[in-house]
Design a protein around this ligand. Structure first.
Ligand code: SAH
Ligand code: F3S
Length: 481
């Protein structure tokens, strides 16, 4: 397969640009159109934005030409993600010019936070710029714009978790949903823009999390993914930033709740509600989390555990807070406690000073772990991060070649894991209709592997046992038994 093909298959931007829409809401009044890019947290945030504006009488539309308000929820993680958004802004510009002159355009999320007012100056089209912690201010900002002024709010909060806002589930399947549990990140990996665009880490009130999960179950949802940049770092002690925990009272400390405690409670909402979580940072994931997973049948046997590099020297430059040995010890702990646990990773290729030797260590680490899935990226310098002060010295062709080698290895490992499943039967939660055939359903196993099978008389949200008969490196095919 050509490098381009391999790269194309690897893009995590595959889900990008999904247009979200409320279930039919024929309320007369103003209409908004919202598009989301980037991580699951952005998709989840768009549901909070929709909820806030729904209360202001806005309904959503999939037709941009009839929208009064167009929002794009943006991602800054790599340069490519930002370029995609800039292209979309050009597209909105053409719509505004040719078809819908009255529409207002707002930029939300990480790019808004990173570029702030600069956006209003550079992109003449943008009317509103709102960072991830300021969505409650949207009604005021919209009023301000309608008053003829440009509107910006990029204030980052130590407390905001939107705990009391019931997200309006957009564009979903009615079976799986995201529930955000932490916001921000304190880890300061040297390559990463997130601490600057999403602010300090804070955890959401567990009661509001449990209520949201229970409500979702009552509404027919059967799987939730607990979301955070670093879920294992969850710490509830009555509110406030994690960095201020030291200053909390002794009672607050004694009553505090960590991620394993929260996971244990969420798992008890209902045995028929599947639980996943993302993302785990190896530096914060404790054995208590693995034990909680092992204890509850409904917590899926799947951990996304970004590694970023197999070389301890590079991990140190990245300020990841663990080295190769510590990461592999965690992998051993997982495999010992949950022998069939599926594991996936994120990997950055071509970070500053990466030698051929470092690259080989990455390849050998992959051989040791044999990940089920992987998301692999070329290093992309993000302005104003600590790594931006180092030299981005790996030539583009070298990055490209190393990335292709890593993707090829990952595909072989993914295929290996898929083949292991041939002939076995697994419980699958039905999530939707297969993209390729109307006659087939799509669902996932506990291991997060996609399964396609004939519909029969089953319905979305049902659990079925499927015997696996065939596979590719990405999908299992089988029959309901
Ligand atoms: N919180 C997660 C990561 C969030 S960003 C964690 O614990 O690691 C998602 C992924 O994007 C990261 O895991 C990393 O692999 C990749 N990434 C982040 N910054 C990047 C950069 N500057 N260049 C290339 N990839 C990057
Ligand atoms: Fe980024 Fe590292 Fe946090 S990758 S999101 S700074 S854990």
């Amino acid at each position: 397969m050509s490098i381009e093909k391999l790269l194309e298959k690897n893009i995590d931007e595959s889900k990008q640009g999904e247009v979200l829409q409320l279930s039919e809401n024929e309320k007369s009044g103003r209409k908004m159109y919202i598009e989301s890019y980037g991580c699951q947290m952005n998709f989840s945030d768009s549901e909070i934005v929709a909820s806030i504006l729904h209360n202001e009488g806005f309904s959503t539309t999939k037709d941009i030409t009839e929208a009064d308000l167009v929002f794009v929820n943006t991602c800054s993680i790599r340069e490519k993600a930002e370029l995609t958004v800039r292209k979309r802004l050009e597209f909105y510009n053409s719509i505004k010019r040719d078809k819908n002159p009255g529409m207002l355009v707002g930029v939300l999320g990480c790019m808004a936070e990173r570029l702030k007012e600069q956006f209003l100056e550079e992109e003449k089209l943008v009317d509103i710029v709102v960072g991830p912690d300021s969505y409650r201010d949207l009604p005021n900002l919209i009023a301000q714009v309608e008053d003829g002024r440009k509107a910006v709010n990029v204030f980052l909060s130590l407390e905001e978790t939107y705990a009391d806002i019931s997200p309006v589930r957009l564009g979903g399947n009615g079976v799986t949903a995201f529930v955000s549990i932490t916001r921000g990140c304190d880890n300061m990996c040297t390559f990463c823009v997130v601490p600057y665009t999403r602010g300090r880490e804070r955890s959401r009130n567990p009661e509001s999390i449990l209520k949201e999960c229970q409500d979702l179950f009552n509404d027919g949802y059967r799987e939730i993914t607990l979301l955070g940049q670093n879920v294992d770092s969850y710490l509830w002690y009555g509110g406030g930033a994690k960095k201020d925990f030291k200053k909390a009272s002794d009672t607050a400390k004694a009553n505090s709740l960590n991620f394993a405690n929260l996971l244990d409670k969420v798992a008890q909402v209902n045995p028929k509600l599947r639980i996943r979580f993302s993302t785990s940072n190896p530096q914060d994931m404790g054995v208590d989390v693995i034990d909680t997973m092992a204890k509850h049948e409904n917590i899926c046997n799947y951990i996304h555990l970004p590694v970023q590099s197999g070389s301890s020297r590079i991990l140190k430059l990245m300020n990841r807070g663990y080295n190769r040995d510590k990461y592999l010890k965690l992998i051993d702990d997982i495999k010992q406690r949950i022998p069939d646990c599926a594991i996936s990773m994120d990997m950055i290729i071509g970070f500053c000073t990466e030698t051929e030797e470092d690259h080989k260590e990455t390849l050998s680490l992959m051989d040791y772990v044999t990940y089920d899935f992987g998301y692999m990226f070329k290093y992309s310098v993000r302005p104003n991060t600590p790594a931006a002060r180092m030299e981005d010295d790996i030539p583009e062709e070298t990055k490209q070649r190393r990335l292709a080698e890593i993707i090829e290895k990952q595909q072989a490992h993914s295929l290996l894991h898929m083949r292991e499943k041939l002939g076995n039967s697994y419980e699958v939660l039905i999530e939707g209709i297969s993209k390729k055939s109307e006659q087939h359903y799509y669902g996932r196993t506990t291991y997060n592997s996609a399964v396609v099978f004939e519909k029969g008389n089953h319905r979305l949200g049902d659990y079925v046992m499927v015997k696996i008969e065939d596979c590719t490196s990405a999908t299992l095919k089988g029959k309901v038994i």
